[in-house]
Design a protein around this ligand. Structure first.
Ligand SMILES: NC(=O)c1ccc[n+]([C@@H]2O[C@H](COP(=O)([O-])OP(=O)(O)OC[C@H]3O[C@@H](n4cnc5c(N)ncnc54)[C@H](O)[C@@H]3O)[C@@H](O)[C@H]2O)c1
Length: 257
């Protein structure tokens, strides 16, 4: 039996990495999926093709999550295509890893615009559709960087911390509409995420892998996806305002990397 029958989900940042794995996993569980991203290659369409090849239903919508009008258009396109919206995954993200004294105002603004404002827009604009549907599930991709003192992650970690706060506050505010809001904190996951910041970042990643208690290795997007499926499904119907890590135990292990 599928776990997301009849549900309609939007997944941002779904052209690659964790978002792609989540979109594919949702479709395998019976959801119709709006795959969204903002990039100048065909990887979003590739995610749709992978879903359709597995017998699922999906469509691609290009939308820059840092622009409110584009997020509004994304939601209305989903409603036009599938008639309702039950699940929103605010997953698109960018990273800048630099020593604090080298971080520029442009770096700071870019990461805040995409990670923090993108989550704000992607939460605000799904509310009417979820109220109309009798409830819904919003899942925000945070990071263990929100809780770690990770070198170079001053602004990235700060936006992920903000996402945890926004998750808790939105959960409290939206509970009366049966809209649940939870956050996933991936650990160090092997994806194409290109972080501005260079060689030092590689060293930190190697160290994170070595210090991951379960297997001394990086995780995979496919190991993250089942938690998103659970949070999207009715199985988690009494869970809201939570942060949950998929990190091989690294968050419990150390607070400074
Ligand atoms: N990979 C990790 O170790 C890790 C750890 C913790 C959290 N995360 C978070 O997981 C999420 C997914 O990252 P990933 O690792 O799969 O990397 P990824 O680079 O494969 O995926 C991120 C996607 O977001 C898209 N994106 C960037 N800016 C956008 C914008 N303005 N509008 C719309 N889409 C935009 C990118 O095009 C990309 O496809 C991010 O929020 C990231 O911060 C990743």
């Amino acid at each position: 039996m599928s776990r997301l029958p009849g549900k309609v989900a939007v997944v941002t940042g779904a052209a690659s990495g964790i978002g792609r794995a989540v979109a594919v996993a949702f479709a395998k569980e019976g959801a119709r999926v709006v795959v969204s991203d903002h990039r100048d290659d065909d990887r979003g369409e590739e995610t749709v093709a992978a879903i359709e090849a597995a017998g699922g239903e999906a469509l691609y919508v290009d939308a820059d999550v840092s622009r409110e009008a584009e997020v509004k258009r994304l939601v209305s396109t989903a409603l036009q295509a599938y008639g309702k919206l039950n699940v929103m995954v605010n997953n698109a993200g960018v990273a800048v890893y630099k020593p604090l004294h080298e971080l520029t105002e442009e770096d700071f603004d870019l990461v805040v615009r995409v990670n923090q404002k993108g989550t704000f827009f992607g939460t605000k604009h799904v509310i009417p559709a979820m109220i109309a549907a009798g409830g819904g599930s919003i899942i925000n991709t945070a990071s263990i960087a929100a809780d770690h003192g990770q070198h170079g992650s001053f602004v990235y970690g700060a936006t992920k911390g903000a996402i945890l706060s926004m998750t808790r506050i939105a959960a409290a505010e939206l509970a009366e509409f049966n809209i649940r809001v939870n956050a996933v904190q991936p650990g160090v996951i092997k994806t194409g995420m290109r972080a501005v910041g260079g060689a030092d970042r590689e060293r930190v990643m190697d160290r994170c892998a070595r210090e991951t208690p379960l297997g001394q290795r990086l995780g995979t997007p496919e190991e993250c996806a089942p938690l998103y499926v659970f949070l999207a499904s009715d199985e988690s119907g009494f869970i809201t305002g939570q942060k949950m890590a998929v990190d091989g135990g690294i968050l419990a292990e150390s607070h400074i990397i």
